[in-house]
Design a protein around this ligand. Structure first.
Ligand code: SIN
Length: 493
């Protein structure tokens, strides 16, 4: 399959290591598959520990000069990179739809979201301030510097092939830290295209490297990233299981970690909610990216008085969702990423059926498109014994729970080891405060289904992760504090 690009040079089949476009040492490659067709759209290198080590060593060589630039010089380069991404949004969107499956309009929106991290963090890095603290002795001064942490590594998932790499690389690069990134094996092409643009705008060699590998290579690449003493920080988005393993590996060289892990987002609808707002919000929180986001509504908890009206509207909404290949201009959701994703969604639906859930719409694969094109599905009668109440479904399936009281809703919502995002719909401001404070989640979305922005601190609590991405808090994770104890400041005499 050949992609129609205005600039075919953006589609790369080599990795970008220390400023060079290179193959794997072994020459081996793996195919990148279009989930809509099952066809290979490219082949990229199967790299391992040796190539990763070279990328890290290149980052170390680039580190001092990069950190030594003025913040506004780095900001200028990142602004140029953001502009280059926006100028090439059609091509970047085409690459993304081909490798990930999401509708082209949604892919282009992700490119803009991805570019916004470079713009925002470039500006914010001009405001990395130090501190002076009143000292306990007259001839002393206490000064605190905030300096780049050093060489960093990122490992990113397939659901946001452009925005997850930039959400990690932007704060790192902005404050002066080089980054070596490994994109998901399903979607390496979008990250490689960003590297093409980074090279074009003049980001120096070694500052931003991309190593590629498939599922078998991932432990080798990850192993080098987590064991190499040069690396001072790892930022990972992916499953809780892998996050725990990486954290354990990083502990051996005491690296700083940021982890954005699994979610199991509750979506709470109280009787007094505005149903139009709720439906507009769940259209985003459930159907964006076909439900394949860490913050997708996973347990929809609806109060008795509004339950039936909600279910009716949710079924109507789901019937309007157009499941089609991402390049079809009428598509509102595309295919699931691959067969294992389909198997999980199908297993959750079967489990719900077996436990007495009523499937009101959907429930299986789209007749015409087949493959992994799953139909928008609404199931009622859910409770916490269902598999989909305890695991992220990562698909366009809504399980509706019914609740009676606020206390019951909060208890059910918090009944999980995860704590990434929660959604809350009510017009009662006192309840917004009460429930907002009681929910054990890192992000609470109030009367809206969309919370993602470069300006906001994205991240979770409990087993959903550590640290925040986005906002000035996202920059903190790439800085170290250095205390200068300054003595000998005596009277002039
Ligand atoms: C994610 O699923 O991890 C990211 C979602 C977002 O940034 O909106």
């Amino acid at each position: 399959m050949t992609l129609q690009l205005n600039d075919p040079d953006l589609l790369r089949q080599q990795a970008y290591v220390d400023g060079q476009w290179v193959d794997a040492d072994s020459g081996a490659t793996f195919p990148v598959i279009d989930p809509a067709t099952g066809e290979a759209i490219a082949h990229v290198p199967r790299m391992g520990a040796a190539e990763t080590r070279r990328a890290i060593e290149g980052a170390e060589r680039a580190r001092t000069a990069w950190a030594g630039l003025l913040a506004k010089e780095r900001a200028r380069l990142l602004r140029d990179l953001a502009d280059a991404m926006l100028a090439n949004a059609d091509d970047l969107g085409t690459i993304m739809t081909a490798e990930q499956g999401k509708p082209f309009a949604e892919a282009k929106a992700e490119v803009a979201y991805a570019a916004s991290f470079f713009e925002w963090f470039g500006e914010e890095a001009k405001r990395v301030y130090g501190e002076t603290i009143p000292a306990p002795m007259p001839e002393r001064r206490i000064v605190v510097l905030r300096q780049p942490i050093g060489v960093t590594v990122g490992i990113t998932p397939w659901n946001f092939p452009s925005a997850m790499p930039t959400r990690k690389a932007a704060p790192a690069l902005a404050v002066g830290c080089p980054m070596v990134l490994k994109p998901a094996e399903q979607t390496p092409l979008s990250a490689l295209a960003v590297a093409v643009l980074a090279e074009r705008v003049g980001i120096p060699a070694g500052v931003f490297s991309i190593v590629t590998g498939d599922a078998e290579d991932a432990p080798l690449i990850g192993g080098e990233m987590t064991s190499n003493p040069i690396v001072r920080k790892l930022s990972f988005t992916g499953s809780t299981e892998v996050g725990k393993l990486l954290m354990e590996q990083c502990s051996r060289t005491v690296k700083k970690v940021s982890l954005e892990l699994g979610g199991n987002a509750p979506f709470l609808v109280f009787d007094d909610a505005d149903l139009d707002d709720v439906i507009a919000a769940i259209n985003v929180a459930k159907y964006r990216n076909a439900g394949q986001t860490c913050i997708s509504a996973n347990r929809v908890l609806v109060q008795d008085g509004i339950h039936d009206a909600f279910v009716e509207r949710m079924v109507d909404l789901s019937r309007t969702v157009n499941v089609a290949p991402g390049f079809d201009p009428a598509a509102t959701i595309g295919p699931l990423i691959d067969e294992p994703a389909l198997a999980k969604v199908a297993r959750h639906v079967e489990d719900a059926r077996a436990r007495g859930g009523e499937v009101l719409v959907g429930g299986g694969v789209h007749e015409q498109h087949g493959r992994t094109f799953f139909l928008p599905t609404v199931i009622t009668g859910a409770d916490m014994s269902w598999q989909m109440s305890n695991e992220e479904t990562f698909g366009p399936v809504t399980a509706v729970h019914r609740f009676a009281s606020e206390a019951e809703a909060v208890r059910t919502a918090n009944d999980t080891p995860f704590g990434l995002a929660a959604y809350l719909f009510t017009r009662d401001h006192a309840r917004i405060w009460r429930v907002g404070e009681a929910l054990d989640y890192g992000m609470i979305s109030i009367n809206t289904g969309f919370i993602s922005a470069a300006e906001a601190p994205f991240g979770g609590v409990k087993e959903s992760g550590i640290g925040r991405e986005g906002s000035h808090h996202g920059i903190e994770d790439f800085l170290e504090m250095k205390y200068l104890a300054w003595a000998g400041i005596r009277d002039a005499g």
